[in-house]
Design a binder for this molecule. Structure first.
Ligand code: ADP
Length: 440
């Protein structure tokens, strides 16, 4: 079907609202990509730019390697499914699905073939002669999907298609859409504010905030290794706990209580630049261990006291909400242990599943990002058109930066005019050509 590429795509609305900043992604053929983030983060704007319903202010949008910025929506070979899937009430399911093809003057027997094929995938064959009012909400949503499928577009776009359905139906439709995607095999971009939809449906998730991409990754990767505190807090329920404290003599000292949480040798190595500095210890609720659990002993050097407040019963598991010094924490555990509200319990951190964050920037501290100060790398051209890379402050990577600098000097000096040549390479003229494309 199709690959989709966005290169530094921006949207600035009239009036100056910069809704999407430098959005870049390489979407492979058949991927199921989910854009997720809170309301107003720019998900729909990005999707609408892909559909051609919104102009791209600057940046490039490509389908199968061809620039499509200025192609009309109908020439993009894209089908969009919205949350309000207005079906024609007077038409049967069959005619609802066939309508767009009739408008396109597709031969009758071809229409019949495609509608019956889509109905089979969507399990709608027994309902083809019914009118929409005689269908359930889930079946109606499937008809809406069917209208897109029969067109055999290169790319499917879905904007919160399940948000009008009740909770139970949403869960059922989630797996239906995944199944349909597997059968149809089309590249799909799906927008939702619901992180559970993102986690359960996506082959890759794009987490957005304030118009910026925060992280792109497979669901498990984003869950286990969130790039920053926003992603850590947004993906997963209840959200990841953030324990605030200071690094002292190889221990994490909790703000408020002064309790010391021992760090492993690996963690000490990772945090060596943070001695005496404020840090955030991130741990998911299921990675906090209750004192009566068998696993507690293994991690007891990494324990702290939790003042239990509310307990949420969720059937086989409970969420224990509590206070740690000046902060809060939630422990998610089996319902088998008796925990009482308004008591104090010991809780250990499964330090093998923890993540540290820079308290100032909110970024995850990883072997690649472990400087205390924000490292700023700037690139500029000097009077001989030689690329100059500068790093502030000079730190751990100074030597590496020097090496890169000399490399760039060698490369750029003999052919300085090359920089502008590559920038103007994409030919906008190509964007109008898909008119002649054969839809198959
Ligand atoms: P989301 O889909 O993530 O909820 P949107 O893409 O709809 O977010 O909106 C992103 C930002 O752009 C918001 O701040 C919104 O107010 C703004 N916005 C959306 N449409 C317009 C418009 N037509 N004119 C000006 N600002 C807009």
């Amino acid at each position: 079907m199709a690959s989709v590429q966005l290169i530094k795509v921006n949207k600035v609305y009239d009036g100056g609202v910069h809704a999407v900043h430098d959005f870049s992604i390489d979407i492979k053929d058949k991927e199921f990509i989910v854009f997720v983030g809170p309301s107003g983060c720019g998900k729909s704007t990005t999707l609408r730019m892909i559909a051609g319903l919104e102009e791209i202010s600057y940046g490039d949008f490509l389908i199968d390697g061809k620039i499509m910025n200025s192609a009309a929506p109908k020439d993009r070979d894209i089908a969009m499914v919205f949350q309000s899937y207005a079906l024609y009430p007077q038409m049967t399911v069959y005619n609802n699905m066939a309508y767009a093809l009739k408008l396109r003057k597709v031969p009758k027997d071809e229409i019949d073939k495609r509608v019956r094929e889509a109905a089979k995938i969507l399990k709608l064959t027994p309902y083809l002669d019914r009118k929409p009012r005689a269908l359930s909400g889930g079946q109606r949503q499937r008809v809406a999907l069917g209208r897109s499928i029969v067109r055999r577009p290169k790319v499917f776009l879905m904007d919160e298609p399940l948000s009008n359905l009740d909770a139970k139906l949403r869960v059922a439709m989630r797996s239906e859409i995944v199944r349909i995607h597997e059968e149809v095999g089309a590249t799909t971009i799906y927008v939702t504010h619901d992180q559970i939809e993102a986690m359960t449906m996506a082959s890759r998730i794009v987490v957005m905030k304030d118009g910026y991409i925060q992280q792109i990754g497979e669901p498990n990767e984003v869950y286990k290794n969130p790039a920053n505190m926003f992603v850590a807090g947004f993906i997963g329920t209840p959200a990841m706990n953030f324990l605030h404290g200071v690094m002292e003599n190889g221990c994490f000292v909790l703000d408020g209580t002064g309790e010391k949480i021992k760090l492993t040798a690996e963690q000490k190595k990772l945090l060596k630049n943070y001695e005496g500095k404020q840090l955030v210890y991130g741990v998911r609720p299921e990675n906090l261990i209750f004192e009566k659990s068998e696993r507690f002993e293994k991690f007891k050097d990494c324990s702290f006291k939790l003042k239990v407040g509310m307990i949420e019963l969720l059937g086989d598991i409970i969420n224990v909400h509590g206070e740690v010094g000046a902060g809060k924490a939630i422990l998610k555990m089996s319902n088998e242990y008796p925990v009482k509200e308004k008591t104090e319990i010991s809780v250990a951190i499964d330090c093998e599943h923890a993540r540290f964050f820079n308290a100032t920037t909110g970024k995850a501290i990883t072997p690649e990002y472990c400087e205390y100060e924000e490292v700023e790398i700037t690139k500029s051209l000097d009077e001989d058109n030689v690329v100059i890379i500068q790093q502030k402050p000079q730190g751990l990577f100074a030597k590496a930066v020097e090496a890169v600098k000399s490399l760039f000097k060698k490369k750029t000096k003999p052919e300085p005019q090359n920089t502008s040549a590559t920038e103007s390479e994409p030919d906008q003229g190509e964007a109008v050509e898909p008119n002649t494309d054969d839809k198959k």
